[in-house]
Design a protein around this ligand. Structure first.
Ligand code: PEP
Length: 262
């Protein structure tokens, strides 16, 4: 489908996949990588369902230290294997500048999470890796601050930056965060970088993911970042927001007419 406002920067993320331009891309997978078997199942669902990028956290920025922190290096190895076997590009979060080299070796896109948008040393190190960087908007960051953070990556000489709106903190507790589609429209007008939307982390609730994903497509986003799990009730991280396989297939089908209408 043609984009409302095609981003002029197209980011080649490997395996023949481009983010930006006329394309609408879906990155989907578990919030956290849990095991080889579960990752295999989820990868099959998202790849067959039309996702062109696999997401999955190996290093998780959890609000409480007692929560599952991710499998770390073992999770990276599982992602790297999945990428080799399935020939699908992988996006995963990097939390620490010391891990950038290892993450860049196992993944195609380095994700900078919302909590690290202001971690400028991490941004510079991620930029210097040369890998595409998916930059999430901070929990309370203005669009200017988000663009400023992107500039830290761009000024390392790495032009491969993808923005991602994932909701901001407001007075409203009915959703985990408030998805700011206005910021998506602004970012698309003001800049040249592709903008993805993550309705999973924005809402924290699977039943709200579909309407906001469709709205994001209509608002001109260049794609989506989605949590999908084949057994969300057993998920070690954020199961409540994960789409099931059936939810994912339904959403992918429902996106088609929205994208066609643009
Ligand atoms: C994630 O995408 O796994 C994540 C933790 O998102 P955010 O940084 O937006 O909270």
């Amino acid at each position: 489908a043609r984009r409302v406002r095609p981003s002029t920067t197209r980011v080649d993320v490997g395996f023949g996949v481009e983010v930006g331009g006329d394309a609408f891309v879906v990155a989907a997978g578990p919030c956290a990588v849990e095991s080889q078997a579960v990752l295999n199942d989820i990868t099959s669902v998202v790849a067959l369902g039309g996702a062109s990028i696999l997401r999955g956290g190996a290093f998780k920025p959890r609000s409480h230290p007692a929560s599952f922190q991710g499998l770390g290096a073992e999770g990276l190895a599982l992602l790297a294997r999945q990428r080799e076997v399935t020939a699908i590009p992988v996006v995963t979060e990097v939390l620490d500048p010391r891990h950038v080299a290892a993450v860049a070796e196992s993944a195609d896109i380095l994700q900078i999470g919302a909590r690290n948008m202001h971690n400028f040393e991490l941004l510079k190190e991620a930029g210097r890796s040369g890998r595409p960087v998916l930059l999430k908007r901070g929990l309370a960051a203005t669009v200017d601050e988000w663009f400023g953070a992107a500039e830290y990556v761009l000024r390392t000489g790495n032009p491969h930056v993808i923005l991602c709106e994932r909701g901001v903190r407001t007075f409203e507790p009915a959703t985990r965060f408030t998805l700011d589609l206005g910021a998506v429209a602004v970012a698309k007008r003001r800049g040249h970088l592709p903008v993805l939307v993550d309705p999973s982390h924005a809402t924290g609730r699977r039943e709200l993911v579909r309407p906001l994903a469709l709205a994001a497509a209509a608002a001109g986003a260049d794609g989506l970042l989605l949590d999908v799990h084949t057994a969300p009730e057993t998920a070690r991280c954020d199961g409540a927001q994960a789409l099931t396989a059936a939810d994912f297939d339904r959403l992918m089908a429902d996106l088609r007419p929205v994208l066609r209408a643009l």
